[in-house]
Design a binder for this molecule. Structure first.
Ligand SMILES: CC(C)(COP(=O)(O)OP(=O)(O)OC[C@H]1O[C@@H](n2cnc3c(N)ncnc32)[C@H](O)[C@@H]1OP(=O)(O)O)[C@@H](O)C(=O)NCCC(=O)NCCS
Length: 180
């Protein structure tokens, strides 16, 4: 499912992902370091694979996918998705600012805060969780700024460049968010 909601903050705007975003996503995924941090694609996908990825998101009622763009001018920056588990009032979140020029400038953190507000306020979820490679210091710091709490270490959870890397499991629960 592609989100129908548009979420806006000072510097970013989250809007429904569109087919016309795919060429840019596919192009950015040539960046080895980006793929390394995302941990979900080994190689740059083909145009056809990127389209299949998009269609699978569209068709899944438990996935909400937004494109992230800069609030001034609408430059595309990346995307963020919520994978819902309605039974458990929980979602897993995955975010990527794909354009490396925009890393470390607060766009990802601001986007994540918007998604958390939407998850708790609109979707009435009780928990939002994620996993990050334990050496992704920038991501972990960004998530801490959003209120995510480290819950544990998943040993050798992913393979990066042929070697096992631990992942940090983090979450925000509703009571954390309400007390923020
Ligand atoms: C991870 C991501 C969403 C974070 O968003 P962001 O807007 O770049 O993050 P911010 O600029 O708000 O914050 C980054 C923080 O990490 C800190 N940081 C960055 N690199 C660091 C490093 N090597 N060591 C220590 N701290 C570091 C920054 O100082 C900043 O903290 P501060 O505000 O306390 O100074 C974004 O960088 C991104 O998408 N990166 C590429 C893909 C990725 O890693 N996705 C996440 C997969 S789990």
């Amino acid at each position: 499912m592609i989100s129908e909601s548009i979420l806006t903050a000072k510097n970013v705007r989250l809007r429904p992902a569109e087919e016309s975003d795919l060429a840019q996503f596919q192009c950015w995924l040539a960046d080895d370091e980006l793929r390394r941090w995302l941990g979900s694609v080994n190689e740059q996908p083909s145009v056809a694979e990127e389209f299949d990825w998009y269609m699978s998101k569209r068709q899944d009622p438990d996935i909400i996918l937004w494109s992230i763009e800069a609030a001034d001018g609408g430059t595309l920056l990346g995307n963020v998705e919520l994978r819902l588990s309605p039974l458990n009032r929980r979602a897993e979140v995955a975010i990527g600012i794909f354009d490396r020029q925009y890393w470390g400038k607060g766009y990802g953190t601001e986007s994540m805060r918007l998604v958390l507000d939407y998850a708790f306020r609109e979707l009435k979820l009780n928990r939002v969780e994620l996993k990050a490679a334990e050496d992704n210091v920038r991501a972990i710091r960004s998530y801490e700024k959003c209120g995510f709490v480290r819950e544990g270490l998943l040993r050798e959870h992913r393979q990066i460049e042929g070697r096992p890397v631990d992942s940090v499991a983090m979450a925000v629960i509703r009571s954390d968010w309400e007390a923020r």
